[in-house]
Design a protein around this ligand. Structure first.
Ligand code: SIN
Length: 543
């Protein structure tokens, strides 16, 4: 795929803070993994047992996006299904921008990784014959989503975290914030970290660093993502000189609970997979007008259809109707969703559920090849933090946990193949320091974060235009000026700096892409322009 390479001419700080590794406590590992979601933990499990591995995570180990995944994992297991059909559906959803080599790896290596999960003891739902139950989600031509009720991510993560915690070669450090990766001569040397209040810095040296820190959903005020999803990995990578790709493609999930007290609870696409219908606020069905696959059209199509119906009826939500299914079925198939909806006064077996689209997934991220390698030697990225091109302009449902597995294992295999060389580089302590003059100024970080999130929500959502994007970039550049050169004193401030770095690139990419494709819809350029825009926008980091 052709690439449009962008070098940001603005001056960037290489590091977020001053430090000198001569004076910092340090530890040595073969591999440091940033992030404790499925991609990070599975990478550690896939690496050889004689590799000394550290997993760091900025919160508790179970706080990540993977744990919240409801629907399941896509894998072609049905007799009538095949990796070729899964490949075709992934490419169709990706709207012309998928990297076919990476998608081939994804669909062809799915089954073997699912078999590994079963060996670890992941308890997927099974039918009477003990075969894995398969359901349908949007834009899949076959039933191919395996699941554990409506809490698949939690079952998989709990099982994998148990397994990794039992390994002697793996150390896990929680409440450890990755400030920056350390580089020297274009090579990754380790990670500079801070404790929660930013008062204690520490260096973890390693010849291999894997960024599995998740996406950037928290750039938006309305999102299904947990608070930790602030895009730190991409911002860290960018400062170090890595490339970021496809940032303008942000996925909005069509059906998120709409209630005054909760607008972030996901109502899984699997509910539509089990037959739920969408009705506008007048109770009318509408998806037939928008796509032949109706409720199971690709996510971007369904989200835009909902927005149009909301505008037409002057409402801030539509309804999801699964009242044709009985209570017993719903309680068994969707225990968490059923209970949560009930707690907000909706009995799914009798009531329509009010829903509206909300930010859900970041297709863009740190550019890698199909082996998770970035352009910085020794630095890898995997999962939502990475962009290897499998999702193109719009991710196919339930391909994300699968991505963490397939490409986590691929990184693990490379560590295995290169362990001798990696060990040779271990123990080498480069002396790296950074110093600039910082201004002491009090910044109300929490209110700046919500200001940024509202700007993104209002202007860089499902439907964008030059006007809305220019309004966003003006505001973001203003905020960047307010914090430029200001001394960072705690990790929330580091998050804010990361969020500003990333959001300005999301908006710049969205402005550059003068067409509509997948999750990126421009009201001023509503058509897809294959002639000029069947290419990826890549930002090259560094100074
Ligand atoms: C869902 O359960 O609808 C989310 C699945 C996904 O994001 O792939």
């Amino acid at each position: 795929m052709q690439k449009l390479i962008q070098k940001d001419t603005a001056r960037h700080d290489r590091y977020l803070i001053n430090f000198d590794t001569n004076y910092l406590p340090c530890e040595f590992y073969d591999v440091v993994i940033i992030g404790s979601g499925i991609a990070g933990v599975y990478t550690a499990l896939s690496a050889p047992r004689n590799a000394k591995i550290l997993i760091i995570t900025k919160e508790a180990i179970e706080i990540n996006n993977s744990v919240l995944a409801q629907g399941g994992i896509a894998v072609s297991l049905d007799q009538k299904d095949s990796p070729e059909l899964h490949f075709k559906d992934t490419l169709y959803a990706g709207a012309g921008l998928c990297d076919e080599t990476a998608v081939n790896a994804l669909v062809n290596e799915a089954a073997e990784n699912i078999a590994t999960l079963c060996l670890y003891g992941v308890n997927f739902d099974r039918d009477e014959d003990r075969r894995l139950s398969l359901t349908r989600e949007g834009a899949h031509s076959m039933n191919r989503i395996i699941h554990t009720g409506d809490a698949t991510g939690k079952e998989v993560c709990d099982t994998l975290v148990n397994a990794v915690s039992a390994l002697e070669n793996v150390t896990i450090k929680e409440q450890t914030f990755a400030v920056d990766i350390l580089t020297e001569d274009g090579e990754c040397k380790g990670v500079l970290t801070a404790n929660e209040d930013g008062t204690e810095l520490k260096t973890y040296y390693a010849p291999v660093v894997v960024c599995a820190s998740g996406g950037y959903g928290r750039l938006y005020s309305k999102t299904t993502n947990p608070e930790v999803a602030t895009g730190d990995g991409a911002a860290i990578a960018y400062r170090a000189g890595a490339e970021l790709m496809d940032l303008e493609f942000v996925q909005f999930h069509p059906t998120v609970l709409y209630h005054p007290d909760n607008q972030s609870f996901l109502i899984s696409e699997a509910v539509r997979g089990e037959g739920a219908l969408l009705r506008n606020s007048r109770g009318e069905l509408f998806m037939e007008k928008y796509h032949p696959m109706k409720e199971l059209a690709p996510r971007d199509v369904v989200s835009r259809a909902i927005i149009q119906e909301m505008q037409k009826t002057g409402s801030n939500h539509v309804f999801l109707d699964i009242t044709h299914r009985d209570k017993k079925f719903l309680e068994h198939r969707f225990p968490m969703i059923y209970k949560t909806c009930l707690s907000y006064g909706f009995d799914m077996s009798k009531d329509f559920i009010p829903v509206a689209p909300s930010q859900h997934y970041s297709m863009g991220g740190i550019r890698t090849d199909e082996w998770g390698r970035t352009n910085i030697r020794g630095f890898y990225a995997v999962g939502e933090a990475a962009c290897n091109g499998i999702h193109g302009a719009n991710r196919l449902a339930s391909n994300s946990l699968l991505e963490g597995l397939v490409f986590g294992r691929r990184i693990g295999l490379q560590i295995k193949e290169n362990l001798n060389q990696i060990k040779l580089r271990e123990g080498f302590k480069p002396i790296i320091s950074y110093k600039r003059e910082w201004i002491d100024k009090k910044i109300d970080v929490a209110s700046m974060i919500s200001r940024l999130q509202n700007v993104m929500n209002q202007n860089v959502g499902i439907i964008r235009s030059k006007e809305s994007l220019c309004a966003a970039i003006d505001e973001i550049e203003e905020m960047k000026k307010e914090v430029d050169g200001v001394k960072v004193v705690h990790t929330q401030f580091m998050e804010l700096k990361n969020m500003l770095t990333l959001s300005s690139m999301v908006v710049k990419a969205a402005l550059m892409r003068e067409e509509s494709r997948g999750a990126h819809f421009r009201s001023d350029f509503p058509a897809t322009d294959d002639k000029n825009w069947r290419k990826n926008i890549v930002f090259v980091g560094g100074n």
